[in-house]
Design a protein around this ligand. Structure first.
Ligand code: NAP
Length: 332
């Protein structure tokens, strides 16, 4: 891959900071991944986030127990809630998770667990390529018309699928997607080539998940359950980031960041927030995660520390240019 090494020194408007909550819920369902399991722990996390001036939480029907714990702590009365339709993964492979009935059931279960009648954003989380986009979008339009969510979001789809969705919504008068949630950081930039131009053209915001590459740049990565090949999430993330080329780039970033006295994990995050294609002018956001309360404070401190030193930002911007072919796919 060539190109895409430019360093955008600062977005014209800061990106929105959203707290990801896939590490909240039932630890027996995702051992080593879910760390915040009690109302007290979740309240400590969400209160600390709010005290730093942020009000958006991202959850999903797929995150075991996350919506229920957020509901139990009263989070929906204090935060904008963004959640996602159930789908993908071993439990869902036997069924069409975007059939009309499955969508209605997922939304009803989310609203019940959260204890609300409506959420800010409802994302189609994982593409269901067995169900037609027409059926999927009609079901979402019906739920939108009932007032069950304000904004329709899509996640992990290809640019072509988003384009097809827009055409169907236009033709049928359905609610159109206005937010795209996708994998984006210094390694996952392939969306810049085909997805971002489409989103910008249609006024669709981009929300970046894993903005710090899920902890890949951290010195502590080897000790993290998140990267343990024995877990499903560990296998997924090792598949995403496991190539020798990416590991070589990450080593160089770790060395340079440390020479600047900057935690390499935070350097990766600061690149995404301050030097990437993301721009708050278009409603763009980053969704970060943490396994400990102190990581939340460290993450917000890092965001507030602002742009990186030029040489470090340029080094991180150069990672994507080291790929021979297209970089890792932004979609599933
Ligand atoms: N739409 C989708 O399909 C999708 C997919 C993935 C995620 N998401 C959303 O995006 C959110 C964030 O994703 P993410 O967790 O991958 O984001 P991330 O912010 O890139 O990675 C979070 C990980 O970084 C590590 N970390 C955090 N602070 C650190 C620090 N100060 N020093 C060193 N390491 C640190 C922790 O790893 P350790 O566990 O090793 O401590 C933590 O688990 C999720 O909660 C979810 O809401 C959506």
């Amino acid at each position: 891959m060539i190109g895409l090494v430019q360093v955008n020194m600062a977005p014209s408007h800061p990106v929105k900071i959203v707290l990801g909550t896939h590490q909240i819920g039932d630890a027996s369902a995702w051992p080593g991944i879910i760390h915040f399991t009690t109302k007290e722990q979740v309240l400590a996390l969400t209160s600390a986030f709010k005290a730093r001036g942020h009000t958006d939480l991202d959850t999903a029907r797929n995150y075991p127990g996350s919506e229920a714990l957020l509901g139990a702590t009263g989070a929906p009365s204090e935060f904008s809630i963004h959640t996602k339709i159930f789908g993908g993964g071993p439990e869902a492979t036997a069924s069409k998770w975007h059939s009309r009935d499955a969508i209605a059931a997922s939304i009803a279960a989310s609203l019940e667990d959260l204890g609300v009648d409506s959420v800010e954003t409802m994302f189609l989380h994982v593409p269901d390529r067995e169900t037609s986009l027409e059926e999927t979008l009609k079901a979402m339009d019906e739920a939108h018309a009932k007032g069950q969510f304000k904004k329709l979001g899509v996640s992990n789809y290809t640019a072509k699928e988003v384009s097809d969705m827009l055409e169907i919504c236009e033709r049928e008068g359905f609610e159109k997607p206005s937010v795209y949630q996708g994998h984006y950081n210094a390694v996952f930039r392939s969306g810049e080539e085909e997805l971002f131009p489409l989103l910008r053209k249609h006024g669709i915001a981009f929300w970046a998940f894993s903005p710090a590459a899920g902890g890949f740049f951290s010195d502590q990565k080897k000790a993290s359950a998140r990267w343990d090949e024995k877990t499903l999430v560990g296998q997924l993330y090792n598949n995403f980031y496991g190539s020798p080329a990416i590991e070589t780039s990450a080593s160089a970033v770790r060395a340079s960041a440390s020479a600047h006295g900057i935690n390499p994990h935070e350097a990766a995050l600061r690149w995404t927030v301050h030097h990437s294609i993301l721009d708050g002018t278009f409603g763009d956001a980053v969704l970060f995660g943490m396994s400990k309360l102190e990581q939340l404070e460290q993450t917000l401190d890092a965001v507030e520390a602002g742009p990186l030193p030029d040489d470090l930002a340029t080094l991180i911007s150069g990672i994507y240019a080291t790929f021979d072919g297209p970089g890792p796919a932004y979609h599933l």
